[in-house]
Design a protein around this ligand. Sequence first.
Ligand code: S3P
Length: 203
Amino acid sequence: MNRSGPRQQANMNDQGDIDRLLSALGHRSIVMVGMMGCGKTAIGRRLAQRLELPFADADEEIEKAAGKSISEIFQDHGEQHFRDGERKVIARLLRSGPQVLATGGGAFMNEETRKAVRENGISIWLKADLPVLLRRVGRRESRPLLKVENPEAIMKRLLKERSPVYALADIVADSKDEPHDQIVAQLIQLLLKSPVLEAQPGV
Ligand code: S3P
């Protein structure tokens, strides 16, 4: 008996789609970019599960490499030191695809990182509006850039400054308040439609 209604069916990609995606992806990584709070880690992790690929979170790897939290790195050494570490860690992680890689919100602003992502991966900008982002980042205390009197003003400025650069990603996807499985199903369809997927088969 088929129990799935139209809603569940919309959440599903068939195995053929997934096999096609994995074979065209080769050793490349799927790289999640976008603002703090857009869902790079949560959705990236779910996408990795669906594709049965490893998942890596750049922020977590930076913390592991430094033996400190991101807040401590900012506090002890400053933002520039964090950005240097971020660039190096992402370059290293990109050498071990295929995988889904979530990057920190500022990572894609670095030109060298964008080049490494272009050469070794397919990038997805998870695009969300300011009110959605603010609601989501409000839940956590772990972001040093937002430990200020007016985090809303910072988020507004960063969104404005960064959006044109995030828009250079291979795929732009809306990160709405939908179930993650539904967003993942949409991402898989967008990846399959992307000319970049076929551009470097088996790389
Ligand atoms: C940052 C985003 C954070 C983290 C650091 C700086 C940014 O990652 O890398 O706090 O510059 O936007 P998330 O986007 O995962 O929160």
